[in-house]
Design a binder for this molecule. Structure first.
Ligand code: AMP
Length: 214
């Protein structure tokens, strides 16, 4: 089963993708994570995208499509979760083509609906475990008092450089201009399912499970 998690920055796509990896042995393909890795390891491509990402703009379709193409050729396990990809109509068309080439199908597109004020609050309070990527939130899911990640026991936590109000405004603008048309695109293809992304993490998880088990 291959699915897309679609929604604005801060909708909870990463958190729910982690849940699906644990529960269904799926593979999370987060283009944001791949780009951050390239940036941190200082590859040529990483250097090229660093400023674009810090501003909150989208990197080119060519780069992200190339990253996804590479991953689709690897182990497929319980299927792929596309997290933060596609973000443009050109990426959506490219994904359809890549899946077709691999003899794979796209089984669901899950739109995670949230309101913009909740996004700002979520993003500016967000941190992740440096070891396993588990997502924490100062208000709704604080790092445990003993300073250890609940999932891997790691003690180092990071905040993303682009999780500030300035970059977030631009990321939201990019979302509404370039990514939100995908909601109509997948609706027209009969593949869109929407869940309320504002509830408790476990409630959202259950809503996604209900869609996938239909
Ligand atoms: P994310 O972790 O998904 O919020 O992505 C962080 C940043 O990486 C975005 O603000 C973009 O600059 C870049 N990025 C991630 N995925 C894509 C994509 N599919 N297309 C273009 N840029 C992307």
């Amino acid at each position: 089963m291959n699915i897309i998690l679609l929604g604005p920055p801060g909708a909870g796509k990463g958190t729910q993708a982690h849940n699906l990896v644990d529960a269904r042995d799926m593979i999370q393909l987060s283009t944001g994570d791949m780009l951050r890795e390239a940036k941190d390891s200082g590859t040529e491509m990483g250097k090229k995208v660093a400023d674009v990402m810090a501003r909150g703009d989208l990197v080119t379709d060519e780069i992200v499509i190339g990253l996804i193409r590479e991953k689709l050729q690897g182990d497929k396990k319980g299927g792929f979760i596309f997290d933060g990809f596609p973000r443009t109509l050109a990426q959506a068309d490219a994904l359809a083509e890549l899946l077709h080439e691999q003899g794979e199908t796209l089984d669901a597109v899950i739109e995670m609906q949230v309101d913009d004020t909740a996004l700002v609050q979520r993003i500016t309070a967000r941190s992740t475990c440096a070891g396993c990527g588990e997502v924490y939130n100062d208000i709704t899911k604080p790092i445990p008092a003993d300073g250890k990640c609940t999932k891997c026991g790691g003690t180092e936590f990071k905040r993303r450089a682009d999780d500030n109000e300035e970059s977030l405004k631009q990321r939201l603008m990019e979302y509404y201009k370039k990514t939100s048309p995908l909601i109509g695109y997948y609706y027209a293809k009969g593949q869109l399912e929407s869940v309320n992304g504002l509830g408790e993490i476990d409630d959202v998880k259950a809503a996604i499970a209900a869609v996938l088990d239909k």
